[in-house]
Design a protein around this ligand. Structure first.
Ligand SMILES: NC(=O)c1ccc[n+]([C@@H]2O[C@H](COP(=O)([O-])OP(=O)(O)OC[C@H]3O[C@@H](n4cnc5c(N)ncnc54)[C@H](OP(=O)(O)O)[C@@H]3O)[C@@H](O)[C@H]2O)c1
Length: 291
């Protein structure tokens, strides 16, 4: 495999399993330096060991961060800013499907916190490093499920209506597309690009530990789902291909631009989401804000 990612530094969240791990393996084979963001240190170290069986000379660092915690995200972004002068690619990949409603220490429903707020905060916290790279890229892993999603701005936290795992998940994946499109507009005069994608229906750790009908279906359908390696292809394409170097604000599937849902293209709602996300930041005033 060509090592054309030599000298490039890539941050990837949720890199210890599934699509994230397969993405990490492919990127080190291309020569990239990797920074893994994982919530469990043992799982992260195990992932590094497994990647090194593929590429023994790989340069890989592990940063521990629970992406449901704003404090953790701000701390890790601070550490990354002080350790690295630039970052070439940020891949927001970590995501959850939760059968039961859980609330984070920040008072947010956890699917919303991990699948949307963490993407927002990682981009915000690392934008200065991406801008310091010759051509920074952001890749947001969304889903086809965004088409089934809608955003209830009056109750994004599922406090006044019954929690539905599928509604929470699909709404968060719709947010990934709206956020990508809005951020691309914000960065229109910037060299940093941002795109999002659907990876396919992938056999991974996704939802399998959950106890509901969808999780059961996911387990039963295992044999019909694609491998994590195949699921990683579009993330890798967006992170590395010269063909997309100038492309920003698009939604991809199977390495091709696809029109996202009508709601995903609603820029008024995307602006509302942006404002809500900003209003929900609990930040340390000493931490510099990038946007
Ligand atoms: N699989 C599919 O068919 C499919 C389809 C469409 C979209 N996607 C998207 O693809 C992305 C990757 O999913 P996957 O299929 O590879 O699932 P996966 O195997 O379950 O991997 C998810 C990763 O996210 C990490 N993660 C979850 N919550 C976290 C938190 N609070 N802090 C830090 N890391 C956290 C997990 O860490 P732990 O190991 O510690 O839990 C794991 O490394 C997700 O965004 C998902 O929405 C998947």
């Amino acid at each position: 495999m060509s090592r054309f990612m030599s000298g490039k530094r890539v941050v990837i969240t949720g890199a210890n399993s599934g699509i994230g791990w397969a993405t990490a393996c492919a990127l080190v084979k291309m020569g990239a330096e990797l920074i893994l963001i994982c919530r469990s240190q043992p799982k992260g170290l195990d992932a590094i060991d497994r990647i090194k069986t593929v590429e023994p000379d790989a340069v890989i660092s592990l940063f521990k961060c629970d992406l449901s915690s704003q404090e953790d995200i701000q701390a890790v972004c601070g550490q990354l800013r002080s350790t690295y002068a630039h970052i070439d690619v940020l891949i927001n990949n970590a995501g959850v499907y939760l059968a039961e409603r859980r609330q984070t220490d920040d008072g947010l429903e956890q699917t919303f916190a991990v699948n949307h707020m963490a993407y927002f905060l990682m981009c915000r916290g690392l934008l200065s490093c991406l801008q310091a790279a010759p051509k920074g890229r952001i890749v947001n892993v969304s889903s086809f499920g965004h088409r089934l999603g809608s955003i209830n701005f009056d109750d994004y936290n599922f406090e006044r209506r019954r929690y539905s795992p599928m509604m929470a998940y699909c709404a968060s994946k719709l947010m990934n597309v709206q956020f990508t499109r809005y951020l691309a507009n914000q960065l229109v005069d910037d060299k940093v690009t941002v795109n999002c994608l659907h990876p396919g229906m992938v056999r991974s750790g996704f939802a399998v530990s959950q106890k509901d009908a969808f999780a059961l279906l996911t387990r039963l359908a295992g044999a019909f789902l694609v491998s994590p390696e195949r699921g990683a292809r579009t993330s890798i394409h967006l992170a590395t291909s010269p063909d997309v170097a100038q492309v920003s604000g698009e939604y991809y599937r199977s390495r091709k631009i696809v029109k996202p849902s009508r709601q995903a293209r609603n820029m008024k709602q995307a602006e509302q989401l942006w404002q809500l996300s900003e209003a929900l930041i609990r930040y340390d005033p000493c931490v510099p804000i990038a946007f």
